[in-house]
Design a protein around this ligand. Structure first.
Ligand SMILES: NC(=O)c1ccc[n+]([C@@H]2O[C@H](COP(=O)([O-])OP(=O)(O)OC[C@H]3O[C@@H](n4cnc5c(N)ncnc54)[C@H](OP(=O)(O)O)[C@@H]3O)[C@@H](O)[C@H]2O)c1
Length: 386
């Protein structure tokens, strides 16, 4: 029986991971020993009681929360997740924390666990090869959960030839049919209505701007070590990605749009042990469209900065700041891209003379660029608010 820690256990991916782990084969082969949240103590209490957890982490300090609960150790505060991961010493860590804070969780789990099932794309986007080199050096298995990366990972199994091109698919997000001239002031309730997936707030907004696709392109660049990546819109979200080979063969990954499938695969790999509904391919129409960069300029920006690690980090940090401000009603939808663009530009000017390749060699560097990018992005938010 393998032990599992779930960082971000109360989120969209965390809850779906729990569902998977409660299914037949999974229930017999895995034991959940710990988890973490930012502030959701009510959910933690439930999972502690249900799974008799060894330790949990609650990042937001709260005096009402005890230091042990029904025999489970409770870590609190900024570094609590790393402490809980270390204490639980699980065979597998699922990193489903949202945002840049997940990077520290990924790094700690790389020290402790044999397999890391990674949903937190920000770890790779912000940390670049520093994270992947850590995994390779420690001989750890890093299995992607993001549906596109899980698809590419699966398509490449058994292939000794490197693909010529990776084609990542996108749904187009909530505003895909909105006239371009109405995007600038798109209201939050509309942006949060994703046509296919049900996800956390940030990733849903990032789907509408296609920042999410930008993050995924960067993640794919690091995971699969190629710059030859394009994005195609598949409105039905049935094709989760494709790989193209020199002989003109394109392999596509076809399946239902449900995150429990890649979550389950990341746990059972190299086997498939999850039973689920099958797509009805006789009745389904599958088509692809080119991306209009006028509608999705943030994706173009991600492609332009591909491989420049400091700028990729700034891209994510600025988006986190901008999306937060958008959710609070401080800026309009169109400002999100402008804030990311200005921040990336300013980081490029700040660092380009110091280090042409702009690659990370330490965690301190990663934290430094993230912090500075956030300060710059907040400055632009304030300018917009004036
Ligand atoms: N949702 C999807 O379908 C999907 C698909 C592909 C990839 N992903 C990726 O998976 C990750 C999680 O996405 P999600 O949609 O599941 O997010 P979510 O629903 O917003 O959940 C986020 C989880 O992380 C915790 N958290 C937030 N900030 C934290 C912090 N500073 N420190 C520690 N824990 C923190 C939250 O705790 P509280 O509940 O206490 O706030 C919650 O458990 C993201 O990187 C996303 O890009 C998601």
């Amino acid at each position: 029986m393998k032990t599992v820690f779930i960082a971000g256990i109360s989120g969209s991916i965390g809850k779906q991971a729990l569902e998977v782990l409660n299914k037949d084969w999974f229930i017999d082969n895995f034991k959940i020993v710990g988890g973490s949240v930012y502030s959701n103590w009510e959910m933690l209490k439930d999972v502690i009681d249900k799974y008799y957890l060894k330790a949990v982490a609650l990042v937001k300090e709260s005096f009402e929360v005890p230091s042990t609960y029904h025999g489970c150790m409770i870590f609190k505060g900024e570094t609590s997740v790393e402490k809980a991961i270390e204490y639980c010493n699980a065979d597998i860590s699922i990193i489903a924390t949202s945002g840049f804070s997940g990077l520290r969780h990924t790094l700690k789990s790389l020290e402790v666990s044999k397999r890391i099932c990674l949903a937190n794309k920000e770890s790779i986007v912000s940390g670049g090869n520093f994270i992947l080199n850590n995994a390779y050096k420690k001989e750890k298995e890093l299995i992607p959960i993001d549906s596109e990366h899980s698809a590419i990972f699966q398509l490449l199994l058994g292939e000794s030839s490197k693909p010529e091109k990776i084609i990542i698919t996108a749904s187009g997000g909530a505003l895909r049919d909105e006239p371009i001239d109405q995007l600038e002031h798109a209201p939050i309730d509309k942006v949060l209505k994703h046509p296919v997936w049900s996800m956390g707030k940030r990733i849903t907004i990032d789907s509408a701007t296609m920042v999410n696709k930008g993050l995924e392109v960067i993640e794919a660049f690091h995971l699969f070590r190629t710059k030859n990546i394009t994005v195609a819109i598949n409105r039905e979200s049935r094709i989760h990605s494709m790989v193209q080979f020199t002989d003109g063969v394109i392999k596509m990954h076809y399946g239902l749009a449900d995150m429990r499938i890649p979550i389950a695969f990341s746990l059972s790999y190299p086997q498939r042990k999850y039973y689920f509904d099958k797509p009805d391919f006789f009745s389904e129409k599958i088509d692809f469209h080119k991306v209009d960069f006028k509608r999705y300029p943030a994706l173009k920006l991600a492609l332009d900065i591909l491989g420049i690690e400091f700028l990729q980090n700034a891209y994510n940090a600025a988006d986190e700041v901008a999306v937060n401000s958008y959710l609070k009603g401080e800026i309009i939808f169109g400002d999100i891209y402008r804030i990311i663009y200005s921040t990336v530009n300013e980081i490029q000017q700040t660092f380009s003379y110091e280090n042409e390749s702009l690659k990370f060699t330490s965690l301190d560097d990663i934290l430094k660029v993230d912090k500075l990018s956030r300060e710059i992005a907040k400055k632009y938010v304030l300018e917009v608010k004036k």
